[in-house]
Design a protein around this ligand. Structure first.
Ligand SMILES: Nc1ncnc2c1ncn2[C@@H]1O[C@H](COP(=O)(O)OP(=O)(O)OP(=O)(O)O)[C@@H](O)[C@H]1O
Ligand SMILES: [Mg+2]
Length: 300
């Protein structure tokens, strides 16, 4: 459905050039697709280009055959797309219904009867029908995110692009929100960006990792995980200093007998008492970053 070839994006600000995308190649089909990467990787830039909001500087991108380097193509893509930006300004004094209705007007749904149907359907899809008459300022973070999705769903788009939708949500809201996206992806292509590995693990069968504007991994969460096989250990020690060498500490658990470190790296031979364990997705991500030399920027 989406074909991206050698995609380049360069920003020019204050006489400086920033290469945000560095020759990205990706094919994305239906279902849920995860875009994972650290701050500044180029996730938002890629999504804005796919949404027809930003111009590409080189290469090509098409959505259902519509060429995003032409005005005509961008227009066609916009009409089949729902987009939840990373920072969506909302009007706190409006009710959720009023806000979604307002966004529907901006999308060009001029006929009031038809618009009401779409707005009600979108609000129902995200489970806000009962509270749609309340002002947005009285909503929790998770509810606001759902309003954001509702405005993206007006017009029943075939393609839904959501940029870091789970940022700032508490664990319960995050799970609820993830389940909503999974439900929506049954009938559409959903592209989700995040730097929270766990979001991808639970929802996407297919993902790409973007770093410095380049795709450094493309595959399933299981493949990302399995690549770390033989590179993950736990080590329990009562010694004060944490293990160094070139091992990364993924997590720490304070136990009665000492601190249990979860380590990822090339070798733990230095620590004979370290126990090899099955990798999780986060281990896979950390190992990918380590073996491609991205460690400093990504890991603490
Ligand atoms: N409008 C802009 N003008 C100039 N540089 C920009 C602009 N937008 C993004 N950049 C730069 O492009 C690079 C990629 O930014 P982008 O916002 O796409 O990353 P991201 O992966 O979405 O990051 P985050 O996880 O923080 O949202 C960064 O170096 C950023 O500073
Ligand atoms: Mg971003």
């Amino acid at each position: 459905m989406i074909t991206i070839k050698s995609l380049v994006k360069t920003y020019h600000t204050n006489g400086r050039k920033v290469q945000a995308l560095n020759g990205v190649d990706l094919d994305i089909s239906t279902g849920m697709f995860g875009l994972l990467g650290p701050n500044g990787a180029g996730k938002t830039t890629l999504m804005r280009i796919l949404a027809g909001i930003a111009n590409l500087s080189g290469g090509s991108a098409t959505v259902d055959g519509h060429d995003l380097s032409t005005e005509q193509g961008k227009h066609a893509v916009k009409s089949m797309l729902g987009y939840l930006p990373q920072e969506l300004g909302m009007y706190p004094e409006l009710t959720a219904y009023q806000f979604v209705d307002y966004m529907a007007i901006l999308k060009g749904l001029d006929e009031p009867g038809e618009r009401r149907e779409w707005v009600e359907k979108a609000i129902e899809l995200v489970g806000l029908t009962d509270v749609a008459g309340r002002k947005i300022k009285s909503y929790s973070g998770g509810m606001k995110r759902r309003v954001g999705i509702a405005q993206a769903l007006v017009n029943d788009p075939k393609l839904l692009i959501v940029d870091e939708p789970t940022a700032g949500l508490d664990p319960e809201e995050r799970i609820r929100f993830r389940n909503l996206l999974v439900k929506l992806a049954v009938e559409r292509t959903v592209i989700l960006s995040t730097h929270i590995v766990e979001d991808i693990a639970q929802t996407c069968r297919d993902l790409a990792v973007l770093v410095h504007g380049s795709v450094i991994f493309r595959g399933s969460p299981i493949e990302l995980m399995q690549a770390a096989s033989g590179h993950v250990w736990t080590l329990t020690t009562s010694a004060m200093e944490k293990p160094n060498h070139d091992l990364s500490v993924v997590s720490m658990l304070h136990l009665a007998e000492g601190t249990q470190y979860r380590l990822v790296g090339a070798s733990a031979a230095e620590y004979p008492e370290a126990k090899e364990v099955q990798p999780g997705l986060e281990d896979g991500y950390v190992w990918l970053m380590k073996r491609t030399g991205q460690t400093e920027e990504v890991l603490a």
